[in-house]
Design a protein around this ligand. Structure first.
Ligand SMILES: Nc1ncnc2c1ncn2[C@@H]1O[C@H](COP(=O)(O)OP(=O)(O)OP(=O)(O)O)[C@@H](O)[C@H]1O
Ligand SMILES: [Zn+2]
Length: 673
């Protein structure tokens, strides 16, 4: 290797500086990573930048998105970020788009205009979409993600020679199947024998909140609490009296009476019920029922008198704490405060948000929902002698939030620029996938930044390879609408799918359809798969699925399956083959250095299913093992490799197999040429 061929010496060359000035780069996302990236880009000499972000600035962004100030709240992130960095380098041409990168105006031709695309996104759907457009446009992509102290930057490209043949290619963003980070809790632990704050929070959010305010037709584990459980039956408790009806408000029941009844029900009567399961308490501390009047304290009014919203200026249905004059997100409330917030928040839902009751889905940004969950979880924690948590901590745990660390974003922003410089310098072979770890996992290397060569393309990748997927599903009981929403859009991240079979079935979405076509396609949605035109989508059918904007094509072969075990397959389908996963394994779960813990569980792009509780096969044993119930929290952004998948040699050069070879993950690494 000659000196001139090495990357670092190229970095200072005047040719590279010129290339950086002239190269048109696209930044997708102007949030935590995006702000750092934009700042570093212009300060490094990039002068032709376009930025897309769909969002406006929120107060909660200000602690780490340093291009924004308080007076910018409510304004476009892309716009304000561009204005802020123009001050650093007035020569820079920065164009902004406030919009969703999935909009059709950001098509292949749009992506082809850029030398490199730089992602600072926070959800996997948008990442996959940009990945597919970069693949179709042939534009190199630098992908990034952070998760608290953890972060990563990966490089994805397919370089063609003059004849249009692929000369050098890395894996794409979707090449490596990502494993979900799964935490397991027995359902009995959640229901009857919680031991940690997270168990109480999951109970409050997934079971009680869902039962009181969510869809009544969706059963929760609260309904069948004792039914069929060994411990219950052994104690003569068949669970018959535990049913959803206990949570239904009576026709003449006032909100106050209902809220109090629910309190007595879940914190007193249910605790007495589990106390009667004596075998549960042979080796455990017995829980203590809470009596409402005692919990509130003598002479304390249970609820504010007068209208919902109270005397503290809160709008009806806005916030129980505000209505009660309770402040302090960082302090642990007294038990009396928890009881008051619990009662008030139920009242606020019933009277302040009547249309939401029966439909509500927990949202970490909804004050009232978080207050309810905090109060309920703390009251349950009091039942079981478990430490209580502040609203702030509860919100983080319930919303699977990892609090962003500004310095991690800054490191990632810097690394993206370094990788962009390598590509512009004509040194793509020097590209590195770099992982920021929280702890030193390789005592030999002693470093927190691990750089490895990008992996090779996976021929079975659905995005850049030629995968045929297998879909196991009940074709007689699944409608086309469900197939589209749950499989095609959610699992495969298509935005405007076209479906067809060789036997004549067709379905299309997107622009350019006339009214008749739209109506014809719509009419097919409620029809079961096996009843669709062209002989239906049934066992053995091969469906061609395509998104023209993404230039994404995949074939799905159907296998009909009638009997599903909801506990094992709560989605009622299984998609096999090389499926792009919504989840990923993060660097922190691989070893003893794990940062994983309930409070650091990452947020997910699929807000509706970031936590799943399932009874497992051995749940019938009363107190289960960790296999009984899964609480799955799906990872938000990064395609992080496990730390064990990162095996730099002692010199830090990546991808070499050294003493750590046995730790290296299954993916094939490209050899630096
Ligand atoms: N499909 C999309 N199109 C355009 N911008 C997107 C898209 N998806 C996400 N983004 C942007 O990516 C950025 C991600 O930044 P970040 O992870 O810091 O999130 P945030 O919304 O700023 O902060 P937080 O989620 O922690 O409140 C956001 O500004 C968001 O608007
Ligand atoms: Zn791929």
């Amino acid at each position: 290797m000659t000196v001139s061929s090495r990357w670092p010496s190229v970095a200072t060359s005047s040719q590279l500086k010129e290339k950086m000035q002239r190269a048109k780069v696209l930044c997708v996302g102007a949030g935590g990573i995006g702000c750092e990236l934009l700042k570093t880009l212009v300060l490094s000499g990039f002068e032709d930048i376009e930025v897309i972000d769909m969002d406006t600035i929120e107060t909660s962004n200000l602690n780490r998105q340093f291009l924004f100030r308080k007076h910018h709240v409510g304004q476009s992130k892309a716009q304000v970020a561009a204005e802020a960095v123009r001050v650093f380098r007035p020569n820079a041409q920065i164009s902004v788009y406030q919009g969703n990168v999935k909009e059709s105006r950001f098509d292949k031709a749009f992506f082809q205009r850029f030398a490199i695309v730089l992602n600072g996104l926070d959800n996997v759907e948008a990442r996959r979409h940009v990945n597919r457009l970069c693949l179709s446009a042939g534009t190199p992509l630098i992908e990034s993600g952070t998760e608290g102290y953890l972060g990563q930057v990966t490089v994805h490209y397919r370089l063609k020679n003059g004849a249009g043949e692929i000369q050098d290619a890395t894996e794409c963003f979707e090449c490596a199947p990502k494993q979900s980070r799964t935490k397991t809790y027995p359902v009995c632990t959640i229901r009857n024998t919680p031991e940690k704050p997270i168990h109480c929070i999951v109970w409050a959010k997934e079971l009680l909140f869902a039962r009181l305010f969510g869809r009544p037709d969706v059963a929760t584990d609260l309904d069948e609490a004792a039914a069929g459980e060994e411990g219950a039956e052994a104690n003569g408790d068949t669970g018959d009296h535990i049913s959803a009806s206990a949570f239904v408000r009576g026709p003449d029941e006032t909100a106050d009476t209902y809220a109090k009844r629910i309190f007595c029900r879940v914190f007193e009567e249910d605790i007495n019920r589990v106390l009667s399961m004596e075998d549960l308490w042979e080796t455990r501390e017995k829980p203590k029922p809470l009596h409402l009047a005692d919990t509130l304290g003598d002479g304390q009014p249970a609820l504010q008198n007068g209208s919902v919203g109270g005397e503290h200026g809160a709008a009806a249905g806005e916030s129980a704490c505000k209505a009660l004059g309770i402040s302090g997100a960082h302090r642990v409330w007294s038990l009396a405060e928890c009881a008051k917030v619990f009662l008030e928040s139920i009242k606020q839902y019933l009277e302040g948000r009547p249309t939401e009751v029966g439909e509500a889905v927990f949202d970490k940004e909804d004050d009232l929902a978080v207050e309810f969950v905090t109060a309920a979880a703390n009251l349950r924690a009091a039942n079981y002698g478990i430490p209580q948590q502040s609203l702030f901590i509860t919100k983080g745990m319930a919303g699977n939030i990892i609090h962003a660390i500004a310095t991690t974003n800054a490191i990632v922003g810097g690394l993206i620029v370094v990788e962009a410089m390598k590509i512009l310098a004509g040194k793509p072979e020097c590209s590195k996938a770099t992982f920021i770890l929280k702890h030193v996992t390789n005592p030999k290397a002693k470093r927190l930044l691990n750089a490895i060569s990008p992996g090779e393309p996976n021929p079975n990748c659905a995005a850049c390879g030629t995968a045929r997927l297998e879909l196991l599903i009940d074709t007689a009981k699944t409608s086309l609408e469900d197939l589209l929403s749950k499989v095609v859009k959610k699992k495969l991240s298509l935005v405007e799918p076209t479906l067809r079979t060789d036997e004549g079935f067709e379905y299309e979405e997107g622009e350019g359809l006339d009214d008749d076509e739209v109506a014809g396609n719509k009419a097919k949605l409620p029809i079961m798969l096996d009843q669709q035109s062209g002989g239906g989508l049934k066992h053995g059918t091969v469906l061609h699925v395509e998104d023209q904007v993404q230039e994404f094509k995949v074939q799905i072969e159907f296998s009909h399956k009638e009997d599903w075990d909801e506990e094992q397959d709560p989605e009622f389908f299984k998609l096999g083959g090389s499926v792009p996963q919504a989840t990923s394994k993060s660097a922190d779960e691989a070893g003893p250095s794990s940062a994983a813990g309930p409070s650091t569980a990452p947020a997910d792009e699929d807000d509706d299913d970031d936590i799943v509780i399932m009874d497992g096969p051995s749940a019938a044993d009363g107190v289960g093992t960790d296999d009984d119930v899964m609480i799955v929290d799906e990872v938000k952004p990064p395609t992080m490799l496990a730390a064990a998948d990162i095996a730099p040699d002692a010199n830090g050069s990546a991808g070499k197999r050294g003493a750590d070879a046995d730790l290296e993950g299954p993916r094939k690494r490209r050899k630096a040429s």
